[in-house]
Structure formats: structure tokens, C-alpha cells
Design a protein. Sequence first.
Length: 392
Amino acid sequence: MPIDEFRAKARAWLEANAKPYDEADEYHFSLEESKRFQKALWDAGLAGITWPKEYGGQGLGAAEQVAFNQEAADFALPTGPFVIGLGMPAPTIMELGTEEMKKRHLPKMVSGEEIWCQLFSEPSGGSDVASLRTTAKRTENGWVINGQKVWTTGAQFSDFGAIIARTDPEAPKHQGITMFVVDMHHPGVTVRPLKVATGDSPFNEVFFDDVEVPADAVIGEVNRGWQASVIMLRNERVTIGASGRSRASVLSFETLADLAGERGLTEDPSVRRTLAELYAKENSTRAFGRLLHERATSGIPIGAAGSAAKLAGAELHLWTAEAVQEVFGPLYASGDPELVGVVKGALGAPGNATAGGTNEIQRNIIAERVLGLPKDPGVDRNLPFNQIRFGN
Ligand SMILES: Cc1cc2nc3c(=O)[nH]c(=O)nc-3n(C[C@H](O)[C@H](O)[C@H](O)COP(=O)(O)OP(=O)(O)OC[C@H]3O[C@@H](n4cnc5c(N)ncnc54)[C@H](O)[C@@H]3O)c2cc1C
């Protein structure tokens, strides 16, 4: 199909099936609505655009993906529950999974039938994810997993997870890890919600008690889970950082300028200056994000630029949260219902600067991989994991 025809088809479908962006709040869609939407998107030939047909994709090229992204930017797509699965485990399985694994999982992910989560962070640390203590021990038929994960987004409604566990405690910490597909409905998996400052529970702690996984659940190779994790983390930064739109859309210039104008606040020159600064920062960050998003979804590797985009988006969110406090803070006690969303958006800023690798970690990546500065010393890098001292 010629590209203009594909673009017109995508536009027409979106106009008929999705809400224009300004009129909807992404976070208010139900899980069932999201699943129905993803399935309809896929049925219409608009999900998994560049994926191979044998794995549930449309087998189309980068030009179609870019056309779809450009049209979709005007709509609020209720695809939130699929962002992790399609953005992180899916490309990792595409790169490292066996043929059987790809055929079993990828079509159900892209058609909205199964939701996935990413089980990396543990109480022992998220930045230093290789210090993980969850274990996977060999059994006759596969492996048995024991341990705890934390901050697992969407675990409460996930069908599967990509988990990393320690399979060789005698090897240095990066070398004794394996990545597995784990069934989140296994009776040994317990998911407990964690409540954040906004009152929502977007993530969870997840406990694994004697959770069996078959031998063919390994993603990539046994004891090479670190390499698999690096692939997944790289995809995570692309997904978060290069999403092409500020994640803090409730804090966008348009919304805040309208709210301030309606309340007579824009008479104040310092408010106007803050809004003008937001306009400039937001547009430059969005332009960078959109450029990377188009490249990434077209299959062009963006490397450490994903970290730069993730960092820029998180810094913008933090800055905007402060600006919002300055502009609307005096009105918070008024009970104005329209300010509730703004306050929630501002409260999410520190979490955004932590999820997917903190701002400090992104700076380390940019320093090492872009600027060529020396690596972090990593004093325990070569010690066998079971000889590393934890705690006191
Ligand atoms: C909204 C949200 C969603 C999340 N979703 C998921 C998920 O779905 N799956 C998942 O596995 N995890 C998830 N996480 C966890 C996230 O990946 C971790 O919180 C993050 O990697 C930081 O780890 P930590 O919280 O253990 O902090 P720590 O690693 O303990 O870091 C504490 C502080 O030390 C700093 N620091 C640590 N190491 C260095 C260093 N080498 N140089 C400089 N500073 C350093 C950090 O920047 C931070 O300020 C999510 C987190 C949030 C906030």
C-alpha cells in the first residue's frame, strides 16, 4: 500500500476509534478498555507495524511506523498497560528468544491478549541491579525461583514477567545472572500493591516462593542474563525517554497556561516569564524525544541518546513541578478540583526521575558512553557474588 494511503487509513481509524488527545486523560481508561483497544488496533493492522508477520506483526517498514506515530500523536491511546511488554520484554525476546518463545509470546503481546511486566529491581538495589539476590536453582525439568522484587509496574494485572535471577552465586555478580519468562499466575507468586504519594498504586512488591519455570523459559543463555538485561534496559530508556511527548502531559504548557489564564494569574509578569520558559523547555525536549522516537521505532539504533532523552524528560518534569508550585501553590488550599490533576502530576516528578534508571545513572551512562570519561570504579565487579559483603 502506498505510504499516503497507509497514513490516511491510520488517521481514519484513529478518528473513528480514539479520543483526541486534549479531551482525554490517559490514566482513566479501564484495563478492559485498554485490552479491547489494543486488539482493535492490531485487527486494523496498526499494532506491531514493523514486527515480522510470523510473530504477529504487520511486516511493514519504518516509513509506515513513522506515519502512524505522527498521526497517533494527536490522540490519547489507552495503551498504557502494554507499554512495558511491547517496549521492553518484546524487543529483548525478539533479539534473544528461541523461535518457539517468539511464536508463543509475541503475537499475544501485540494483540492485547497478554500483559507483561519487568521484574528487575529488588530491595537490594535498582541502580546496581546486578546485586540482585533472587535465586533460580536448577531442577530436573527446569528451575525454581525464590526471592523478592520491588517497584514492579503493572504486576497486579500482568500475565507474564521477564525476571532476572541469580543462577551462579560463585561467579562475579554480572556473570551469574539468568533472565527467565515467569508466569505471574503461578501459585507461588504473590503481588502486593505499593501506594505512592498521589494515593495510586501503579507498582508492587512481588514475592516468589518456589516458583517453577521450565527449562525453555530462559531468555538468551544461562548465566548471560546481564547481557539480556542491558538490551532490555536500553529498550526501556528508548521507551520512556523517546516517547515523543512529555509524560507529564497534565503539566503541559497548554494546560497550565489555560488554567493560569482562567484564574487571572497571567497578569503577573513572573508567572508569564515562568510559562514562557516552560514553553521553550517543553518544545525543545519534545522535539528531541520525537526525533528519537521516530528513529527508534524505525529500527535505527539510538544508543546512549535514549539516556539523554530520558534525562531531559525527567529534568523537565522536575522543573515543571517546581514552577507549578510557584504559580498555583497559593491556590492549593482553595479546593479547586481542576488543580488536583496538576498536583498529582507534580507529585509524580521524583518517581519519573527514578523509574527506568535515575538521573544520576543516566548521567553516568552519558559520561561514560558519550563523553568517554572513565568508568565508575565498581569495587565488587570481579569478586564472586557470594564473597561480596552486604549491609554492615
Ligand atoms: C514509577 C516507577 C516505576 C518503576 N517500575 C519498575 C518496574 O516495572 N520494574 C522494575 O524492575 N523496577 C521498576 N522501578 C524501579 C527503578 O528501576 C528503581 O527505583 C531505580 O532503578 C533506582 O533504584 P533504587 O530505587 O533501588 O535506588 P538506588 O539504586 O538505591 O539509588 C539510591 C540513590 O543513589 C543514587 N545512585 C545509585 N548508584 C549510583 C551511582 N553509581 N552513581 C551516582 N548515583 C548513584 C541514585 O541515583 C539514587 O538517587 C520503578 C521505579 C519507579 C519510581
